[in-house]
Design a protein around this ligand. Structure first.
Ligand code: PFF
Length: 410
């Protein structure tokens, strides 16, 4: 549906908010702590930060470039920018990745809802994210304070801040790279689809930096809530996907042990806001697949959306059951939930990112990148050469090396 006029995000801050809404989600608060826990703590975080800076930032700008320049969602963008070539498959790869992520992401979002319901509240979810995201942030900071005040919290802090480099191996690199892509919503055309709605004044470099900083900040704060508390109550940091759900109830109970009503209020608020953060990310995933079906198969948006939801329920049910009654069915030693998580975050997203690097860095004309980064020459192009260098050489080589290493070839 490439109508003549494409509506743009209203305000300048709109672009950052929308992209940050997609980026900040369960990936920061649920996935980051459990991956950090599985991979030994501080050293993983350092590798993660390097991945955000050297892969995440240039690839985010590249995706913005693809989206804004083509003014099309990811399913069509490559057909617009590289008509008659195989690059369209890069768009399709993203759509498939989005669909698969949606399938298991909604399972975890469901756990969040379950915790809200357990606390006895199921309304009040409809508040605008402009108000609620800052509230989530304040709440996170309060919870960091609570968690740090628990007995033995310093052990958790040490785990987060004192790197043990003997724990760094190929898996740490693959895990950190996958987490960076997942958390920043990169490698599947989600932010590129959003960027097709950016106005011509939106500064791509600044927007990418803001999203990267906000996203990383929330993830690190989530770590500061989870690990001091986990060490304090004796939960193993490598407990896996259930880590935050077994740790958090302890934080609420212990930190407010004298005033149960506060424990109640804080836990309800936290889970409601976590569900909202998950919702904005879910919407962004849903949009990629819905837009694709809508444009490619001439379905109405409503029909396309229902189809995506239906498919996602099926994947969701299977991945949820794979953690319970269907636990014994495994492939490569992984249940369906773990397999989806592995294949999407650690293979499909980095592969999508690698191809975006090659597309924007090598295939597209340099002048297109220049035009997009400087808004047609209006902005200073100070870091342009650094950006192109990262995009052409550093990011693709790093991704390929991490892949090759994982295959055991080096
Ligand atoms: N970035 C989201 C999170 O951290 O929860 C998850 C996500 C959303 C991944 C959109 C990929 C995506 F395209």
């Amino acid at each position: 549906m490439q109508k003549s006029e494409r509506v743009n995000f209203g305000s300048k801050i709109g672009a950052v908010l929308a992209a940050a809404g997609s980026a900040v989600g369960l990936g920061n608060i649920w996935r980051f702590p459990y991956e950090t826990g599985n991979h030994g703590g501080a050293a993983f975080i350092l590798v993660y930060l390097a991945c955000v800076l050297m892969l995440g930032m240039p690839i985010m700008i590249a995706e913005f470039t693809v989206g804004r320049h083509s003014k099309a969602s990811t399913g069509r963008a490559y057909k617009v920018l590289a008509p008659g070539t195989h690059w369209k498959w890069l768009g399709y790869l993203g759509v498939l990745a989005g669909f698969l992520i949606l399938g298991y992401y909604s399972v975890v979002a469901g756990w969040t809802l379950e915790y809200i319901l357990e606390a006895g509240v199921n309304d009040g979810i409809e508040k605008s994210s402009k108000v609620l995201m800052p509230v989530l942030f304040i709440l996170i900071v309060v919870l960091v304070g609570c968690s740090l005040s628990l007995p033995n919290a310093e052990k958790g802090l040490e785990f987060l801040l004192k790197p043990d480099f003997s724990k760094v191996n190929g898996d740490v690199f693959l895990g950190a790279m996958g987490q960076a892509f997942f958390s920043l919503s990169l490698g599947m055309g989600c932010l590129s689809t959003y960027a097709s709605y950016f106005g011509k004044e939106t500064k791509l470099g600044n927007t990418a930096l803001s999203v990267g900083v906000i996203d990383t900040f929330v993830a690190v704060l989530a770590g500061l809530i989870i690990f001091p508390a986990a060490f304090s109550v004796g939960i193993q940091p490598d407990a896996g996907p259930s880590l935050i759900f077994i740790t958090l109830p302890n934080v609420f109970q212990q930190a407010f042990s004298g005033v149960p009503i506060l424990a109640y209020i804080f836990s309800v608020m936290f889970y409601v806001l976590l569900a909202l953060a998950a919702l904005t990310s879910t919407i962004s995933l849903h949009e990629v697949v819905t837009a694709f079906l809508h444009e490619e198969f001439n379905l109405t948006r409503g029909r396309a959306a229902r189809l995506v939801t239906f498919g996602c329920i099926i994947i969701g049910v299977i991945s949820s059951l794979s953690l319970g009654v269907m636990q014994k069915y495994t492939l490569f030693d992984k249940g369906f939930f773990d397999l989806l998580d592995f294949v999407t975050a650690k293979i499909m997203l980095p592969l999508g990112g690698l191809l975006v690097c090659i597309f924007v860095g090598w295939y597209l004309k340099r002048s297109v990148s220049y035009e997009e980064l400087t808004n047609g020459g209006k902005l200073k192009a100070g870091l342009f050469n650094l950006y192109i260098f990262l995009l052409r050489y550093v990011a693709p080589v790093a991704i390929i090396l991490i892949f090759i290493n994982e295959l055991g070839l080096i």
